[in-house]
Design a binder for this molecule. Structure first.
Ligand code: SF4
Length: 149
């Protein structure tokens, strides 16, 4: 049997407690099993590279990523995104399986602050954007676990 292709996956979806609130957002075990049938998974959290856990939630304001206290965290998010791409290249990963609505890992939706309101907008997170620019295929968690349940 041919070896499976490798994919970087948002670590919080595998049960790691790396989210801004110190919690995880695990996919059901049967969904993880389905993903693992296709890919050899490499768990990674880009926000843990340069930020603590827990940390204040952050979202896009224009091209910057700013936390809820108004602190510009774009450099830290960018550092994490670059590390994610570096890891993907080192490991020969062909895909990035991302957690939706995250300012780092969102594939279809990301967190934003627009016209004075918090919202989820149709855009990619920073890590996802950088992955795509580097030829890594983006796969939403929703391809395996659709939101309409
Ligand atoms: S940055 Fe990505 S991997 Fe880390 S907690 Fe947020 S969604 Fe999960």
């Amino acid at each position: 049997m041919a070896p499976k292709e490798k994919a970087i996956i948002s670590k919080c979806m595998l049960g790691y407690r790396c989210r801004y609130d110190g919690k995880s957002k695990p996919l059901p075990p049967e969904v993880i099993k389905k993903i693992e049938e296709k890919f050899e998974l490499i768990p990674f959290c880009p926000e843990e590279v340069a930020l603590p856990t827990p940390r204040p939630p952050a979202r896009f304001i224009g091209d910057k990523i700013v936390d809820i206290y108004g602190v510009d965290k774009t450099p830290q998010f960018l550092q994490g995104a670059r590390e994610a791409v570096k890891l993907a290249k080192e490991k020969g990963a062909v895909a990035f399986i991302g957690k939706e609505k995250s300012p780092s890992c969102g594939i279809n939706l990301t967190s934003a602050y627009i016209n004075g309101s918090e919202c989820k907008c149709k855009a990619k997170g920073l890590t996802s954007r950088l992955m795509e620019e580097n030829g890594i295929k983006l796969i939403s968690e929703w391809e395996f676990y659709p939101p309409e349940r």
